[in-house]
Design a protein around this ligand. Sequence first.
Ligand code: KIV
Ligand code: ZN
Length: 510
Amino acid sequence: MSDRLLIFDTTLRDGEQAPGIALSPTEKVAIARQLARLQVDIIEAGFAASSPGDFEAVSRIAREVKGPTIASLARTHPDDIDKAAEAIKEAESRRIHVFISTSAIHMESMLRMTESEVMTAVVESVKRAKSYCDDIEFSPQDATRTNPDFVVATCQAAVKAGATTINIPDTVGYAMPADFVELMTRVYNEVRAGNEDVVISTHCHNDLGMAVANSLSAIHAGARQIEGAINGIGERAGNTSTEEIIMAIKTREDYFGVEIGADTTQIVETSRLVSRLTGYPLQYNKAVVGRNAFAHESGIHQHGVLRDRLTYEIMDPEMIGHHSSIILGKHSGRAAFADALSKMDINLEDDDFTRAFDRFKELADRKGKITEEGIRAIVAAETGVATDEAKLVGIHLSGGDHELPTAVVKLDHGDGEIAEYEASGDGMVNAAFVAVQDAFGILATLVDYRVSPLTSGADAMAEVNVIIQIESETYSGRGVSTDVVEGSARAFVAALNKAVGAATIFTTEE
Ligand code: KIV
Ligand code: ZN
C-alpha cells in the first residue's frame, strides 16, 4: 500500500454549495491559484453542468491553474459528463468525478430508480467518462446509509468500467468513526482486490461534528485520499476541513504513518482568502486557523509558553503561515506598501496595485495605522476590478433622529463622468443601498449583510460583506472603510458591478 495520502480539495464545488456563497469565476480562479500554492493534489473546481458560471469557472481554472489535477463533478447523465470533459479539457492533469445516490431513501424519493437502474447508470456513465480521460472518480452518494453490499457492488462495477478512485461519501454526516472504518475496510478489501492501483477515498460531512475524525479514521482502513474544503465550508454543517486534515497528518506523522505533499505555510493565507471571498467568518476557536488557535489567556499557560512554546502548543504557528504582524502608517509610501505585500506573498498587477495603494493611502490618512488584516481586506476589495467598472467617489449622509435618513452617493460609472444619486430609506445603510441601486438602475434584494471589525477601538476599520439577489442569481461584494455606511455602499457597488459583468458575459455568449 502506498503511504502517500492525496489531498482532494472541494472548496470550489461542495464548499461553494454552502448557503449564501456566490463566488464569481474570477474569485474562484483566485482561490484555485492559492490552493495550488498550498499544493493540494486535486482541486474539484466545480460542477460544470450546473450553470454557465460554473462551466466558465471550471474551464478557466483548468486553463490557468497549474500543479494540481483539476476535477469537475458530474451526475451520471451523459450531458453532465460531456460538459465536465469539455470544461477540464485544457488542464495539464484532469479528472471527471461521477456520482449517483445509492441509499434506498435517495433512490426511491429523489431518483425514482431501482437498484438495477442505478447499476446500469454507474457502468454507462463511468465508461462514457473514461472515453474522455483516464482519471475517473466514482462516488456512491449517501454511502453510509446505503446497504453495504450495494456500496461494494456499485463500486466494483465502477472499477470494472474504468474508475481509478472510489470515494465513499458520508453525505449527511451520519457515520461514527468505528462504523465508518468497518465500511471502508470492506470497500478496501472487496473493491481494491485485484485492482491495486485504485485509490480509496473519503468525503465526510460534519452534521454531527465527526467529519475530520471519520476521515482520519479511514486512513488505517486503507484510504489514501481525503476530500475536504478550506475552513470546513459546505452544505449544512459543512465538509471535512482540508487544513485540519493537513495539520493532523503533519503533527501526528508518528500515528498515521502517511505522507502528504501540502505546503503548510500557505494554510493561513488560504483560509483568510476563502473566508474573505465567501464572506464566511471564522469562528474564533476554529482548530488550526481560528484567531484564538495560538492565543494563551490563562497566566499559567502564558508562563509555560514563555518558558517553552511546546508546553501548550502542539503546532508551530509559523509552520502554518502565521508571521509577525505588519503595520503600515500614513507616511508609508509605494515601496513600503509593495514590501508589505511581498512579505504577505501577494503579487498584484500594476492596475490592481495602484487601486489598492490609493485606497490604502485614503484610509491611512483617516486612520493612522493599518494592520496586516486591514491591508489584506483592502487588497481583496480593490483588486480584480475592471477599470471600466463603476466606482464610489463619495457619500454624504443626512437625517436620522426625527428626520428621514438620506444618502447622496457620487458614482463614477467607469467613464470618468461623476453622477449623484439621492435616496431615503429605513436607516442610513438602507438609504445608501437604495441610492446605489438607483445609480445602476437595477432592483436587487439584500439577502446577507455582515460587518466585521478589522481592528479594535472606536475608530476601527470595518469590512462589509454583502450578498444581493437579482431574480434567481446572487452576487457578493465587499467594501472596507472606517465608516460602516460608506463600507456598505462600497460593498453594494462591488456586488452590482459583478451583476452587470455577469449579464455581459452571458449575453455575449448566447
Ligand atoms: O456529499 C456528497 O455525497 C457529495 C458527492 C457528490 C461526492 O458531495
Ligand atoms: Zn459532499
